[in-house]
Design a protein around this ligand. Structure first.
Ligand code: HEC
Length: 188
């Protein structure tokens, strides 16, 4: 009995020591190595979305840990379960829920200043220059090579293909008359 008690005491006593012996994962080094290429060294997004509390608020930290360990199917977000340990994933997730020291100013003034007008709207023809139904155009966002192809939605034939900004979202939005299509880019 005494020996069992000693054994149990030994097991219990060794736990806190083992935990404090393991060095805490260096979250920002892990982020630079494994995440920065896609999410930006400043965590403000690139080909992947910004990883800041303002953006992650809709996910519980447990869901975020699952995204990091399992990835998101059919996206460039691969799972890291084979690459990082659970404590390392937890440390990186804690880090991305930590507010940045400052969020860059990005208001109407900066947005307006950043505009690139490829074709002045007044210089464009009045009507469609193709025979397709403007209310059934099909927009293919080619994320990998930063192009968009517009297809005739009835025949799935390409009408136009053009280069875009870096890393557009796939969710195209149309004006009600089909005249314009709007695409958001992950880098803002
Ligand atoms: C090869 C590029 C790439 C790398 C490397 C990468 N990610 Fe991602 N990540 C993405 C993309 C793209 C998405 C968006 C997926 C989608 O469309 O849902 C994403 C999504 C996420 C999300 C979900 C964000 C949200 O708002 O829903 C989290 C969290 C995340 N990544 C964390 C990480 C972490 C942490 C690392 C490093 C351990 C990492 N990612 C490495 C490309 C990458």
């Amino acid at each position: 009995m005494a020996r069992l008690a000693m054994f149990l005491f030994g097991v219990l006593a060794s736990f806190p020591a083992a935990a404090s012996d393991a060095p805490a994962p260096d979250a920002s080094a892990l982020f630079s190595i494994h995440c920065a290429a896609c999410h930006g060294g400043d965590r403000l997004g690139a080909i992947g979305p910004a990883l800041i509390p303002e953006n992650l608020g809709r996910l519980k930290p447990s869901q975020t840990r699952r995204v990091v360990s399992e990835g998101r199917p059919a996206t460039q977000m691969a799972g890291f379960a084979e690459v990082l340990t659970e404590p390392q994933i937890a440390a990186v997730v804690d880090m991305i829920y930590t507010p940045l020291p400052a969020i860059p100013d990005w208001g109407l003034a900066q947005i307006t200043e950043s505009w690139v007008v490829h074709n002045d709207p007044d210089s464009l023809p009045e009507g469609p220059q193709h025979g397709a139904d403007p209310l059934n155009l099909f927009t293919v966002v080619e994320t990998g090579d930063h192009h968009v192809t517009i297809l005739d939605g009835d025949r799935f034939q390409p009408l136009a293909r053009f280069p875009t900004r870096f890393a557009l979202h796939g969710g195209a939005k149309y004006s009600p008359d089909g005249r314009f299509v709007y695409l958001g880019s992950r880098d803002g």
